[in-house]
Design a protein around this ligand. Structure first.
Ligand SMILES: [Zn+2]
Ligand SMILES: [Zn+2]
Length: 112
């Protein structure tokens, strides 16, 4: 899979390991969002094979019939809702808890 980073909020100390933007693994494409239901920064599944999809119909066409993964397409992986997601601005890097800026920390490689 791709590379993730540890981000830590300078104001409240909230820390999370996410890709911090758009990231392509072998199969899945993920993008970082803030979930204001969970109050967390999360990586959301948005596409496959290096391409991002807005529409689940196009995604299904691209990936065949692997239904397993589709359930969290463009949804928070924790609460499975979509209306609480706000795309993470990789320059401002807002903390979902206090609105402070999150600092990029060490790189975490995923051996998947
Ligand atoms: Zn914070
Ligand atoms: Zn959530």
């Amino acid at each position: 899979m791709g590379t993730k980073y540890q981000f830590t909020c300078r104001q409240c100390g909230y820390t999370e390991v996410v890709s911090g933007g758009k990231d392509c693994g072998m199969f899945a494409v993920v993008k970082t969002f803030n979930c204001y239901n969970c109050m967390k920064t999360v990586d959301v599944f948005v596409g496959v094979f290096g391409k991002e999809y807005k529409d689940i119909a196009n995604l299904k066409k691209a990936m065949g019939t692997t239904k397993e993964i589709i359930k969290d397409f463009r949804k928070c992986p924790e609460c499975l809702k979509s209306d609480c997601l706000v795309e993470w601005n990789s320059k401002r890097r807002p903390c979902p808890k206090c609105g402070g800026k999150m600092q990029k920390g060490k790189e975490i490689l995923l051996w998947d």
